[in-house]
Design a protein around this ligand. Structure first.
Ligand code: SAH
Length: 245
C-alpha cells in the first residue's frame, strides 16, 4: 500500500501537469488566432488596399503563415509592412512586393514556374498554392537547405529547391511558363530568357543597387516584350564569389 502523502503528491503533480497542458494548449490556440488576425489585416491593409486584385494571390497570402518563414526573433514583426532579415545578409521581401510580383506573373493552375532567389521559401510557397509546380534556386546553401526543410515540413510536394547560381536558370526543367527573380540584376540573364516558354511571363528587378525597376516581360515570337515597370529595391543577384551581376 502506498503512503498517503505520496498519493497526495502524485495527485498534485497530476493536477499540475493537466493545468500546464491546458494553459499551454490554450495559449497556442490564442497565438495562432492572433497571427491569423494579423495576417488577414496584412492582406486587407497592405495588399488589397494598394490595388492587388487577383483572388488566388489574396487567398494564398491569407493562408500562408508568414511568421514560420522568418527567424524566431522577428516572428512578432512577420505581418508588418517591411522586409525582414533572414540570415546571410538577405531579406524576405515586404508582403506587398510578394503579392505584387505574384500578380504581375499572372500564374495559372497548370503553370510550371521558376524562382531565382528562394531566400526563406515564402514566395515559393505562395506560388505553389496557385501553380502546378515551382522550381526555386538559392545561392546560399544555408538558406536553401532551411527553406527546403520548412517547405517539406509544411507538406509542399510541388516545390523543388536547388542550391546554386540562378543566373544559369534550371535547364533540365525548362521551358517555364513563368520566371520570377527576387534578386536584382543589371541585365536579363540570357539563360533566363532562353528558358522562358513562348507566351511565358518574366518578372525581374533590373538595375543597380539604388536604382532598380521591377519589369514584366512576356515572350512573344521568341522575343521578350516589356509590358510593365514598377520602381523597387531588391538585394543584388550575385555569383558564387559574391560579386553582383
Ligand atoms: N523570395 C525570397 C526573397 C529572398 S531575397 C523570399 O520569399 O524570402 C533574394 C534571395 O536571392 C536571397 O536569398 C539571395 O541569397 C538570393 N540570390 C542572390 N543571387 C542569387 C543567384 N545568383 N542565384 C540564386 N539566388 C540568388
Amino acid at each position: 500500500m502506498s503512503h498517503p502523502s505520496i498519493k497526495y503528491y502524485s495527485r498534485f503533480i497530476y493536477f499540475f501537469i493537466l493545468t500546464f497542458m491546458t494553459t499551454s494548449c490554450l495559449s497556442q490556440t490564442q497565438q495562432s488566432k492572433e497571427s491569423d488576425d494579423l495576417r488577414i489585416k496584412m492582406v486587407e491593409n497592405q495588399i488589397v488596399a494598394r490595388g492587388v486584385k487577383d483572388e488566388r494571390v489574396i487567398k494564398a497570402m491569407k493562408k500562408i503563415e508568414r511568421h514560420l518563414f522568418v527567424p524566431p526573433g522577428y516572428q512578432s514583426q512577420a505581418y508588418n509592412d517591411y522586409p525582414l532579415p533572414i540570415g546571410d545578409g538577405q531579406t524576405i521581401s515586404q508582403p506587398y512586393i510578394v503579392a505584387l510580383m505574384t500578380e504581375m506573373l499572372k500564374p495559372e493552375e497548370t503553370d510550371k514556374v521558376l524562382e531565382i532567389g528562394t531566400g526563406s521559401g515564402y514566395q515559393a510557397a505562395i506560388l505553389a498554392e496557385i501553380c502546378d509546380s515551382v522550381y526555386t534556386i538559392e545561392i546560399f546553401e544555408s538558406l536553401g537547405k532551411q527553406a527546403r526543410q520548412l517547405l517539406t515540413a509544411l507538406g509542399y510536394k510541388n516545390i523543388q529547391v536547388k542550391i546554386g547560381d540562378g543566373y544559369q536558370g534550371w535547364p533540365e526543367y525548362a521551358p517555364f511558363d513563368g520566371i520570377i527573380a527576387t534578386c536584382a540584376s543589371t541585365h536579363i540573364p540570357e539563360a533566363i530568357e532562353n528558358q522562358l516558354a513562348e507566351g511565358g511571363r518574366l518578372v525581374i528587378p533590373v538595375g543597380e543597387r539604388n536604382n532598380q525597376v521591377l519589369k514584366l516581360f512576356v515572350k512573344k515570337n521568341n522575343k521578350l516584350r516589356l509590358m510593365d515597370t514598377v520602381p523597387v529595391r531588391f538585394v543584388p543577384m550575385i555569383n558564387e564569389e559574391g560579386d553582383s551581376y
